[in-house]
Design a protein around this ligand. Structure first.
Ligand SMILES: Cc1cc2nc3c(=O)[nH]c(=O)nc-3n(C[C@H](O)[C@H](O)[C@H](O)COP(=O)(O)OP(=O)(O)OC[C@H]3O[C@@H](n4cnc5c(N)ncnc54)[C@H](O)[C@@H]3O)c2cc1C
Length: 409
């Protein structure tokens, strides 16, 4: 039995739910297919203690607040899962969980979609399978060294790791939060810090997400030149704190430059730690400058915060960086790679993809008729892969589908 539906949404995370809301509002018949459960990645691909990076007033859909959470607090990941379950129920989203899409191909009328629950046909297909699909682990450290290695998607908590020191590679939000957690748990931690931005979590009484909004940065269409591979280090953990890697070092963490090749058990470390810390500082200070200029231009009565411009002393591991590290001699028994993700659209036999496997589209609209994407980084702007940003992109995609529907005779 083939199920025919006007629009099929693949993926039941926040993007799929947002798509369902906006399709439903336009009375567009649709089904959402989710291979596991609603918001599955928040359940099983993230660590136990994770909380949202943005406060609850911001990291949500516009039509529903987090019940029982202070809007200025950071929702724990289990609460985020419940939020999306409640949201899907509120809008009566037609989600079928436990259905894996194995292949989708173009037909004259639309698409034929093979799934673990039989074939579907549809006129429109919205791929909402996530901004972060296939975990990337650089092949640097040979298995023969006997060091436990995992991607940040596999990390749960400190007790999961064998005794001994831990190296965390990557100092974006995931790497910096995991390294901090391990340090607090009493582990010896080495953190490899690449180029990063680190906005203040709060400045002059306003959250950084608020500043990014008023400064127009959520709406940036593309990353700034030279910033394409610069990660962002923010954390809602412990009530939300600005990430400053010098603090980590003063609490006992060893900061390293970018991780390089391993010979025997010795890893080469790039001599870029000080430059990466300086780059993070420059970004941080630029954000404060822009915020101050905005406050002055709009005569906002916000408390001054000169202390935000004072940094901790530069730690010895930055001044005298480690340039090669014998992993075994340092007692490192685990490495956590917080090194990002690659796209994985192997199931989609339609549309065009670039050399890295990312789909070619214009604001989520493919040149292939009826094919749409949602939730991808920079889909329409910086906010696109985040909770509130994807909701607005879903409106745009559903609106496009509605506008292209044949007018009834
Ligand atoms: C560690 C971490 C912390 C984050 N914290 C925040 C935050 O605080 N605030 C914020 O706004 N954003 C945050 N994000 C970014 C973003 O909100 C999340 O990545 C979010 O999960 C993206 O939602 P999505 O629906 O686009 O994709 P996903 O959550 O990845 O959902 C896609 C769904 O598609 C399903 N699927 C995939 N392939 C198939 C298939 N072939 N057939 C059927 N189903 C399939 C998957 O099971 C999955 O449930 C964070 C991301 C990470 C990695």
């Amino acid at each position: 039995m083939t199920t025919d539906i006007h629009t099929l949404v693949i993926g039941g995370g926040q993007a799929g739910i947002a798509a369902s809301e906006h399709l439903g509002r336009r009375a567009i018949p649709h089904i959402v297919l989710e291979r596991a459960r609603i918001a599955e990645r928040w359940r099983t691909e993230r660590w136990d203690s994770l909380v949202a990076n943005g406060p609850a007033w911001h990291d949500r859909f516009p039509n529903m607040e987090f019940d029982g959470i202070d809007p200025s607090a950071f929702a724990p990941k289990d609460r985020i899962v419940r939020y999306f379950e409640e949201y899907a129920a509120k809008i009566a989203a037609p989600i079928r969980c436990g259905v894996t899409v194995t292949q989708a191909s173009k037909t004259a009328e639309g698409f034929r979609v093979e799934t673990s629950d039989g074939p579907f046909t549809c006129r429109n297909l919205i791929a909402a399978t996530g901004p972060f699909q296939r975990p990337l682990i650089p092949e640097i450290v040979p298995d023969t060294l006997g060091i436990t290695q995992m991607h940040s998607t596999g990390y749960r908590n400190p007790a999961q790791l064998p005794e001994g020191a831990v190296m965390v590679v990557g100092a974006g939000s995931s790497g910096s939060q995991i390294a901090d957690e391990l340090l607090r748990a009493g582990r010896r931690v080495f953190l490899s810090v690449g180029p990063h931005n680190r906005p203040p979590i709060r400045y002059r009484s306003k959250d950084f997400v608020w500043w990014l909004g008023v400064l127009g940065e959520w709406d940036a269409r593309t990353s700034k030149p030279g910033q394409e591979h610069v990660t962002i280090a923010v954390s809602g953990a412990h009530g939300g704190r600005t990430v400053d890697f010098r603090d980590f070092a003063h609490r006992g963490m060893t900061l390293l430059g970018r991780a390089g090749a391993v010979t025997g058990s010795t890893m080469q470390i790039a001599p870029d730690l000080a430059a990466n810390i300086a780059g993070g500082d420059a970004n941080y200070l630029a954000t404060l400058d822009k915020a101050d200029a905005y406050a002055a231009a709009h005569t906002l009565d916000l408390p001054e915060e000169p202390s935000a411009r004072t940094f901790p002393a530069t730690p010895d591991c930055v001044t005298n960086p480690v340039l090669s590290l014998d992993l075994k001699a340092a007692g490192i028994t685990s490495i956590i790679w917080a090194t990002g993700f690659a796209p994985d659209f192997g199931w989609l036999k339609a549309g065009t993809f670039d050399a890295k496997g990312a789909p070619v589209h214009d604001k989520g609209i493919s040149a292939t008729e009826g094919l749409y994407f949602l939730g991808l980084p920079w889909l329409t702007r910086r906010a696109s892969p985040f909770i509130w940003g994807v909701w607005h992109d879903a409106d745009h995609i559903a609106g496009t589908i509605a506008a292209r529907m044949p007018v009834p005779a």
